[in-house]
Design a protein around this ligand. Structure first.
Ligand code: SF4
Length: 680
């Protein structure tokens, strides 16, 4: 893993893959990543992705020169030509259609500083249509937590989770997706006697270590969680003192559940009634329960309500504000938490300050010299769908919507409708549609900070220069801003950008590069405080509220109706790959470990269709079709099939629908009706 710019120089940096945020440096002896004893991976442990993180830096299709589209083909160009092309086209769009006709996709894989600067420029141009792929993974979690708990982030820290007596894991697979947290923190507690309840349609490595599995049908989490709450209230197992002192609306909640029939809910969700009752007892009788919520909960048409139902259980049992408790969404990307923290969001400015609040806008006007627009912008999927219509120009920074957004055939058409600028490392499936490509810098080629899943800011350090004519992402964004606005953009490096971010974001106010050093600082870290807050909601809820409300939610059927003979397709991840695969599919070691996707299918469903393990099948619905090899396994529930979303072929999102959660606008990736038949 060397480049034309010379050998890598090992420095203490942070893994660019998942939200765990392991300390990672370069091992000169074997050309691989090696863990240093970071704040999270305290023994220097890494998973296979972290160890292979250097391999993609010199992938064959690494883009090392700007490119522009000429006569339908992408050809290399100088930076001057490429930036002129962007400024001219975006300038014309703003002149003809107004600034709201531009949309920006920021990057959950890139630094806080890059995302902060891009959102500031978008707002100076005059639009709030800037979003990041949190929209596709945990937007609903953030919305539900924001509504009930005032803030959408892990309430606890990895360090205190081990104090739980029970882990309640809903729609998440931390053993494979967050392996270092699972093995080093949760695993140690499990070996020490902590029990684990796993609510998930699929048996995976997390289930293998669980004490009980609730194999819910995709889309039916609320019947399970509401029935658990009903059992707890009926048997008077709730925490009366906590409910009286720290919650509001209990009577209305109790009344709301009056009609819930545990047996009926169990049948609806496809799980035995005793399973629900046992899970309810485990949660209510434990002294401390730490809850985890993943994309199995969030990626639904009513994902926000799913998470509300879990928060209700947490409030009912008083499991918040103490070590070993809380609501803990384990975040997928290395900086998905940070991208939202710094304002790459259509409705909030840095520090989750609402664009609709005139006082907030006045503060930003004072700090930035201009008032940000007041109207919330479009979310990521809304902006893609508006391409060619409301949106005429799209700037996609290190994201790959051609793979990650639902109903791919439609998205592939959408991407051709707008003037598309892609800033990325590789010729991704999205870059293939670009009008201009700006070659940027990989994680080992930049300075900055990432914010991990438990709100820790850590520093990434540059180990080499970007190859060829590729440039620092921060410099590309700065140059774009100079061309498109009259902002004075003359920061002396990433630290200067961070200092400005901290000055406008109260939750980052006390954090500095020096303070982070080779360790971390955690938000919220208010001005004048000695350190950040570890466990949220201890004596009062975030923002100073004494009480948190229950939310009254009930089951609503998923978007796709499942016809006779159809199966429910649910999608997810495996340990060896990462999200759209843009990075991990360019990593030889990871491709050797898992080179292609398979469709997991229950033996009964396979037998009914005359399908055997290893057969190739066509999976189809009205939106599209893919062909894939079958793995027959009892690990997947009968009636459900599973594929990952890491591959371009088969591209599973050709089958997923674009039903959006009405609150968070997250798509329903976890429930699509499909037919499966053997190919000839
Ligand atoms: Fe990287 Fe996550 Fe693996 Fe740690 S657990 S090495 S952060 S992918």
């Amino acid at each position: 893993a060397t480049s034309s710019d010379g050998e890598l120089e090992p420095k203490k940096s942070i893994c660019p893959f998942c939200g765990v945020g392991c300390g990672l440096t370069y091992n000169e002896d074997n050309g691989k990543g090696t863990g240093w004893e970071g704040p999270v991976n305290t023994r220097g442990e890494l998973c296979p992705k972290g160890a292979a993180a250097f391999e993609m830096l010199d992938a064959d299709d690494r883009i090392t020169q700007p490119m522009v589209r000429e006569n339908g083909h992408l050809v290399t160009a100088s930076w001057e030509e490429a930036m002129d092309r962007v400024a001219e086209n975006f300038g014309e769009i703003v002149e003809e259609h107004g600034p709201e006709a531009l949309g920006f996709f920021a990057s959950s894989n890139c630094t806080n500083e890059e995302n902060y600067l891009l959102q500031k420029i978008a707002r100076k141009i005059g639009t709030n249509t800037i979003d990041n792929c949190a929209r596709l993974c945990h937007a609903s979690t953030v919305a539900a937590m924001g509504k009930q708990l005032n803030v959408g982030a892990m309430t606890n820290t990895t360090d205190d989770l081990g104090e739980a007596d029970v882990f309640l894991v809903c729609g998440a697979n931390p053993a494979e997706q967050h392996p270092v947290i699972f093995n080093s923190y949760l695993g140690a507690a499990l070996r020490d006697g902590t029990e684990m309840v796993h609510i998930d349609p699929r048996e995976n490595q997390t289930t293998q270590q669980a004490d009980m599995h609730v194999g819910v049908t995709p889309g039916y989490d609320i019947p399970v969680l509401n029935a658990m709450a009903k059992v707890i209230i009926e048997e008077e197992l709730h925490d009366e003192e906590f409910v009286a002192e720290r919650t509001e609306g209990f009577e209305a909640f109790e009344e709301h559940l009056a009609d819930v029939d545990v047996a009926e809910n169990a049948e609806l969700a496809g799980v035995p009634e005793e399973n629900i009752r046992e899970a309810a007892h485990k949660v209510a009788e434990a002294d401390r329960v730490a809850s985890f919520t993943g994309m199995g909960m969030s990626q639904h048409k009513y994902g926000t309500d799913n998470v509300h139902a879990l928060i209700n259980l947490v409030l009912l049992t008083g499991n918040i504000g103490k070590p070993g408790t809380g609501v803990n969404p384990l975040r997928g990307q290395n900086n998905v938490q940070g991208a939202a923290d710094v304002g790459a969001s259509p409705s909030s400015l840095p520090g989750y300050q609402s664009v609709e609040d005139p006082e907030v806008r006045a503060d930003f006007e004072e700090a930035w010299g201009f008032e940000p627009p007041a109207e919330p912008g479009l979310t990521e999927v809304e902006a893609s769908h508006a391409a060619g219509d409301e949106i005429q120009g799209l700037y996609v920074f290190a994201e790959n919507p051609a793979i990650t957004e639902p109903h791919s055939d439609r998205i592939h058409e959408d991407l051709q409708e707008a003037f598309l600028v892609v800033q990325d490392l590789f010729m991704t499936e999205t870059a293939e549609y670009a009008d201009v490509i700006l070659p940027g810098s990989a994680w080992a080629e930049k300075e900055g900070t990432y914010t991990n899943t438990d709100r820790r800011l850590q520093r990434v350090r540059q180990m080499r220069s970007p190859p060829g004519d590729a440039k620092s992402d921060l410099e590309i964004i700065a140059e774009f801003g100079r061309r498109m606005t009259d902002l004075e953009i003359d920061y002396d490096g990433a630290e200067a950008v961070f200092d400005e971010l901290a000055s406008v974001s109260p939750i980052y106010a006390g954090i500095t590069y020096d303070g982070i050093g080779e360790s971390y600082q955690r938000w919220p870290f208010y001005e004048g405080a000695e350190s950040g807050v570890d466990i949220l909601h201890e004596d009062e809820f975030y923002g100073g509220e004494k009480t948190a409300p229950f939310a009254l939610v009930e089951h609503i059927d998923p978007g796709d109706e499942v016809e006779e003979g159809e199966l429910v397709l649910t999608t997810g991840r495996v340990m060896q790959h990462f999200n759209s695969g843009a990075l991990s599919r360019r990593t030889e070691t990871l491709m050797r470990m898992r080179g292609e996707d398979v469709l997991e299918m229950h033996p009964t469903d396979a037998e009914e269709r005359g399908i055997e393990d290893g057969d190739w099948v066509r999976v189809e619905n009205e939106r599209g079709e893919v062909e894939v090899e079958v793995a027959v396994t009892p690990a997947i529930a009968e009636g459900t099939v599973f594929m990952t979303f890491h591959y371009a072929d088969p591209l599973v999102n050709r089958l997923t629908g674009d039903y959006l959660d009405p609150v968070a606008k997250i798509p329903e990736y976890k429930h699509s009706a499909v037919s499966v038949s053997k190919t000839e």
